[in-house]
Design a protein around this ligand. Structure first.
Ligand code: F6R
Length: 355
């Protein structure tokens, strides 16, 4: 196991400084906010009743962040569309966000082209690629974000512009306060989880070490923490290169909970249960979690609960997400694995002729 307090070992295992891009997320959120405020040519929001966010993987999750940030009281129907199909409800009353960090993701380009054919208001968020080219040809607004990051390390650049655009066109509430709160909160967390903060006082390093050799199963409560749980799962997969699964309360109480009954010997040796909590969770969900955890405890090697802080939904979501980003990065480094490359994804895209 690699020593997480050894800066030379961190550098050797993480030559492209993926950890640095995680540490700099607060600056990224600030920069994303400023860029989105400057973008010109945004479509009008007249008649908009829904928002469709087109994107895959690290780009697509921005749609889930938008949904959480707008909250359950928003009159707009918001959906993240991950795939090739553009459902018929996406029409001229829908605002479309076409999200692709590289600008070259096949599925996103296909749904984007379908949206163009339907003459739908579209805003693109990308570093360039075919998406940027096509969007500019059609005179669409493009939020240009800096290249050189892994998409999953660019969540600030990918998610924050959506809130700002919604605010600017009158389709969402003012974003400034929630964004400022998020930056301040993340800055404090960046210091707490920073590589220079030693293991004994660094909860991210500590949890990463406990997860060595384990398969994380991440549960979150409906809504905000559910999105965070899915993000944790994806980061364990892509950053730490380990299998991981996520699910949410209350749905898992109606199926997955039964699956812990058998194979206890196997799951006790390998599964680690992480439970993400949000202070805004429904009181019945809090009760469900209290009842469920003792039922599962004997079937897993550890149970660890994480609570997000913050006043706004955006800050609380980013708080949970940020901890998971650090934990998965330290887990990669502790295993001696470079957190940055995702060779399997790249070779799959090459085989499909996508890049
Ligand atoms: C890689 C990553 C992936 C990509 C996905 C889509 O870091 O997070 O999940 O985000 O393959 O690619 P883009 O984001 O370029 O559209």
């Amino acid at each position: 196991m690699n020593d997480l307090d050894d800066p030379a070992l961190i550098q050797e295992t993480d030559p492209s400084d993926f950890l640095g891009s995680v540490e700099r997320l607060p600056d990224q959120v600030r920069d994303a906010h400023e860029r989105a405020r400057r973008v010109e040519g945004l479509p009008p929001a007249d008649g908009i009743d829904s928002i469709a966010v087109l994107g895959m993987g690290g780009s697509g999750i921005s749609g889930d962040v938008l949904q959480v940030a707008l909250g359950p009281r928003s009159p707009l129907f918001v959906a993240t569309l991950r795939g090739y199909e553009l459902p018929d409800w996406v029409d001229r009353n829908t605002l479309v966000f076409a999200m692709s960090y590289s600008g070259n993701t096949e599925e996103t380009l296909e749904t984007f082209e379908k949206a163009l054919e339907r003459n739908i208001p579209i805003v693109a968020v990308t570093t360039g690629g075919a998406l940027s080219q096509r969007a500019k040809q059609h005179g669409l607004a493009v939020v240009e974000i800096p290249a050189g990051l892994q998409p999953r390390a660019a969540l600030g650049y990918l998610a924050v512009p959506l809130l700002v655009v919604c605010e600017r066109i009158g389709a969402g509430p003012p974003a400034g306060e929630a964004v400022s709160e998020t930056i301040d909160l993340l800055q404090g967390r960046a210091d707490e989880y920073h590589r220079k903060s030693p293991l004994e006082s660094n909860p991210a390093k500590e949890l990463a070490q406990r997860l060595l050799g384990k398969i994380p199963v991440v549960y979150g409560s409906e809504g905000l923490a559910e999105v965070a749980a899915y993000r944790w799962k994806c980061q364990f997969n892509e950053v730490a290169k380990v299998p991981a699964w996520s699910n949410s309360f209350p749905e898992l109480n109606h199926n997955e909970i039964v699956g812990w009954e058998r194979l206890g010997k196997v799951t006790r040796a390998h599964a680690a249960l992480l439970v993400l909590r949000d202070e805004g969770e429904h009181p019945r969900i809090a009760k469900r979690i209290d009842i469920t955890l003792p039922l599962i405890q004997g079937s897993v090697s550890l149970v660890h609960q994480v609570r997000g802080r913050g006043a706004s939904a955006l800050a609380r979501l980013f708080d949970l997400v940020y901890f998971g980003d650090f934990v998965s990065t330290y887990l990669a480094i502790a295993q001696g694995v470079d957190p940055a490359p995702v060779e399997v994804i790249e070779s799959l895209k090459r085989a499909l002729g996508d890049v």
